[in-house]
Write a protein that binds this ligand. Structure first.
Ligand code: ZN
Length: 484
């Protein structure tokens, strides 16, 4: 029956080399592969299904908060990009240009969008005339391109997929509320769907989006203790609406520039799922977004056993709730091979069905996160399986949160901060006081490569002195970490 007894190719040990472990998991779990163009990646069906599940959850929330989807072109005229000075400067080195088309050089170069603020502002300058046209609440799912020198699957690729939300408002208060609302949406996606605990907060001026008044972010700890900025929401104030001459007549008949926000979450979050939950065996996917929540592995030796097992599996799959995503693995491989393969690919629950199980009218469920096994009577499956998937979902979140707490230090001494980030490991979050001065922030970055991830919203008010220069702090601790 079996073509091979060999287990799927081994992956690098996570504890030995996290970066190689990550690349091995991405490729061997068939999430993505290298492309002929350096820095781009091919997202394979298993990886794309995972992205689609994330996308669906987020898209539902974007729509539930009143936004509509639209689509703007991939190419942006050069002149559009140069109007908001800080924005241009922030993006210039990363922009890829189309210089030739139709067999000749273009009169005006076209940028492959690095983000769409400029073209959206140019367009909405026409659509927005009156307070009646506000708010504008739109979003687009698209690919963008930012030229990268050092790339890594999902985390930093030249072309990536994302959504970018763009909104215009009649008052600054409304724009500020929108900026926070969308950060909350991202936090809900991360915590409730992806089982990744996040720290919500505000970026420092040095780390904000080019052209924004301020940027909010969610920051998550990965399995090596580094941070991943997993979603950002920007309050653009009137910076772009001034530069792009967007004006509306308000109720008091005065003409004003609207207040604007933009917010984005990308395929980078797939890297977050891999790094937040994976272990030495490979991926561990949160059930709510896993392409397959349950994989059924038939176990048999003789033909009559196969027939009995196949009939039992047919009965089982027919009675399972339709919402449960199930895959039956009938490949010509040994059960051991399949166990390893689905473990590597992170399927939350494996169901084993063998001849003895058929006799007892039961199956064996094995959860991926703890590898615990339990026999379950077939009639109880409809109840037990969804409950078990929920348990796995919650256990993953709890484990990631406990890990972050373990790896978070509260420090007040600069030498200790430097020591905490020493070595290639450097995987900790450090909560420390900071005076608000960009020079102190820059010094930490230079000496440790750690940056201020954000100023957490939830951090308790606390007076303290800047860990770098001893000046009075901003009134709460900030989070330093090395980041992806
Ligand atoms: Zn300072």
């Amino acid at each position: 029956m079996t073509r091979t007894e060999a287990a799927p190719q081994a992956i690098t040990r996570k504890s030995q080399n996290f970066a190689e472990w990550y690349t091995d998991v991405v490729r061997k779990a068939e999430l993505a592969d290298y492309s002929p163009v350096r820095g781009c990646m091919i997202i394979r069906p298993y990886g794309y299904t995972l992205w689609e599940n994330v996308q669906r959850a987020l898209d539902d929330m974007i729509k539930a908060t009143g936004h509509q989807n639209m689509y703007f072109p991939l190419l942006i005229p050069r002149s559009f990009l140069t109007r908001e000075a800080e924005h241009v400067e922030g993006f210039a080195p990363e922009v890829a240009w189309v210089t030739h088309a139709g067999g000749e050089e273009l009169e005006e170069w076209l940028a492959v969008r690095p983000t769409s603020e400029t073209i959206i502002c140019t367009t909405y300058a026409k659509y927005i005339q009156s307070w009646r046209d506000l708010p504008v609440l739109v979003n687009q799912w698209a690919n963008v391109m930012r030229w990268e020198m050092r790339t890594r699957f999902f985390l930093r690729t030249t072309e990536f997929l994302w959504q970018e939300g763009h909104t215009f408002h009649a008052t600054p208060e409304e724009a500020a509320a929108e900026t926070e609302k969308m950060l909350d949406v991202y936090a809900t996606l991360a915590e409730e769907w992806l089982a990744i605990p996040v720290i919500k907060g505000r970026k420092t001026a040095a780390e904000k989006f080019a052209g924004a008044d301020y940027t909010l972010s969610i920051e998550a700890m990965m399995g090596d203790g580094r941070a991943l900025q997993s979603g950002t929401s920007h309050n653009l104030g009137q910076n772009f609406t001034r530069a792009y001459d967007i004006l509306f007549q308000d109720k008091d008949l005065t003409r004003k520039h609207p207040w604007q926000t933009s917010w984005g979450l990308s395929t980078r979050i797939i890297g977050g799922i891999i790094m937040a939950h994976g272990d030495e065996g490979g991926l561990i996917l949160p059930p709510r977004v896993a392409p397959y929540q349950v994989v059924i592995v038939p176990i048999f030796r003789k033909d009559d056993e196969r027939t009995a097992v196949a009939a039992a599996i047919e009965r089982i799959t027919a009675q399972l709730p339709r919402a449960v995503r199930v895959h039956v693995d009938w490949r010509e491989e040994t059960p051991g091979y399949k166990f390893n393969d689905w473990e590597l690919r992170g399927v939350p629950v494996r169901m084993e069905v063998g001849p003895k199980d058929v006799q007892k009218d039961q199956v064996v469920l094995a959860r991926r996160d703890t590898r615990a096994k339990e026999p379950v009577p077939t009639p109880a499956l409809c109840e037990r399986l969804p409950a078990l998937l929920d348990e796995v979902q919650h256990a993953l979140f709890a484990r990631a949160l406990a890990f972050r707490r373990e790896r978070t230090l509260r420090l007040d001494d600069y030498a200790e901060l430097v020591a905490a980030f020493q070595g290639e490991e450097g995987g900790v979050f450090v909560e420390a006081h900071w005076c608000g001065d960009a020079a102190c922030e820059a010094r930490v970055k230079e000496e440790t490569r750690a940056t201020i991830r954000n100023i957490p919203f939830d951090g308790p008010a606390e007076q303290g002195r800047c860990i770098v220069d001893g000046k009075p702090g901003i009134g709460k601790r900030v989070v330093f970490a090395k980041a992806y």
